[in-house]
Design a protein around this ligand. Structure first.
Ligand code: TYD
Length: 141
């Protein structure tokens, strides 16, 4: 499975009158080996998180509770994904700028990553991202 573009990936949903269940497996629903999981919670109203890209890191983001928007861009265009259910998430490949905003009260963002935390993998400047994408010959969204 290739993942050169951001895309929504649906997860299994086991409906049950006792309460529903969803799950994910690495290299299956999430198309990469899982190295790390972090989550974002207690976000004050109006705050944004995650204004950066990764050189190599890929992420899968799920709204386990509540809702928020993930805005993904590479320079000129941007795409907004509204995450509001725990049975789908957004795959964000490497070399895409992303930030998260419009967090609802008590929202819980689960972020599954394909690599360990590495500050050197962060791209914190959009011009650097554009240059890296140009050098790699990658089309923008
Ligand atoms: P950062 O990735 O910059 O958060 P966001 O992109 O959501 O704004 O991380 C914030 C801080 O947390 C930073 O000091 C690094 C630390 N951190 C870790 O130590 N391990 C992790 O896995 C993550 C994601 C962050």
């Amino acid at each position: 499975m290739t993942y050169s573009q951001p895309e929504i990936i649906s997860l299994p949903k086991i409906l049950d009158e006792r309460g529903n269940l969803s799950f994910l497996e690495e290299n299956n629903h999430v198309p990469f080996p899982i190295e790390r999981i972090h989550w974002i919670y207690d976000v004050p109203g109006g705050q944004t998180r995650g204004g950066h890209a990764y050189k190599t890191g890929v992420e899968y983001i799920v709204a386990l509770s509540g809702s928020f928007d993930v805005v993904v861009k590479t320079g000129e265009k941007e795409s907004r994904f509204h995450l509001n259910r725990s049975y789908f998430g957004l795959l964000v490949p490497a070399l895409f700028w992303r930030h998260m905003e419009n967090f609802s009260t008590n929202s819980l963002a689960l972020v599954i990553s394909g690599n360990r935390y590495d500050p050197d993998d962060y791209i914190r400047n959009m011009e650097d991202l554009k240059k890296l994408r140009q050098d790699a010959g990658i089309d923008s969204i």
